[in-house]
Design a binder for this molecule. Structure first.
Ligand SMILES: [Zn+2]
Length: 235
């Protein structure tokens, strides 16, 4: 096993499975603990203040099988190829690579895309991000209008820490992967962010506003909490 710490140091244990480990030093931790960061697909080792490097490495080595198992259970990253099927704003599409075509377009339930097959994945992702921005902008403006509020700008981010955010100036950001969630979940997120135009907090009044826009929001919120991480397979 070869372990590469995020500091760049590598430790070789002479086994055939390699992975990167993020080390978190915590003065509050009482013992060594290991978890899997499923968004970044890597193990995270929390190390207490007084713990030797040798002990930490031994701990990792002892948990080798557990780590391999847990990493194997993560959803496989979605790589877009000719024939790939994916969900986008509640519609199931199939990627069709067309030699000689320029650009990309949706036609019924087919995403037709041209260009060099080698860069297909990247071009599909870029196209979907562009489309996501258009759709999320339109949805945000529409929902904000119901509240009598104005959206200053909408942008999409590749962040792995949150699904969306809304600044006091009315700038809304979305994680583009939300486009692959079920439609009612996307709608909930939009309602959530535009409700921040009225309430910059998560107060009871805020949740009342969300409920007014999206009566079944609790179900979608739950989906995002439990299933949301599966959307990180879109890389
Ligand atoms: Zn919020």
């Amino acid at each position: 096993m070869k372990i590469t710490l995020l500091t760049g140091r590598t430790f070789d244990f002479g086994n055939d499975f390699d992975f990167d480990v993020k080390i978190v030093k915590s003065p509050l931790a009482k013992r060594l603990t290991l978890r899997i960061d499923d968004k970044n697909r890597r193990p995270v080792l929390t190390v207490p203040k007084y713990c030797s490097r040798a002990k930490a490495l031994r701990f990792l080595q002892e948990h080798h099988d557990w780590i391999v198992n847990m990493l194997a259970r993560l959803p496989q990253p979605q790589h877009f190829d000719d024939g790939s099927v994916f969900e986008f704003f509640g519609i199931t599409y199939t990627v069709q690579h067309i030699v000689g075509q320029r650009g990309a377009k949706f036609e019924n339930t087919v995403l037709k895309i041209g260009g060099d097959p080698e860069f297909l994945h990247r071009r599909v992702t870029d196209f979907l991000k562009q489309q996501a921005l258009k759709k999320l902008s339109a949805m945000s403006v529409k929902k904000a209008k119901i509240l009598g509020c104005r959206v200053s700008s909408v942008s999409i981010k590749d962040t792995k820490s949150r699904w969306g955010s809304c600044s006091t100036l009315g700038n809304i950001n979305y994680n583009w992967r939300i486009s692959m969630a079920p439609l009612d979940v996307i709608e909930y997120l939009v309602c959530h962010e535009v409700s921040h135009l009225k309430h910059p907090d998560h107060s009871a009044e805020f949740w009342q506003t969300v409920a007014g826009l999206c009566p079944s929001y609790e179900q979608s919120r739950h989906w995002l909490k439990v299933r949301g991480k599966t959307l990180y397979r879109y890389i």
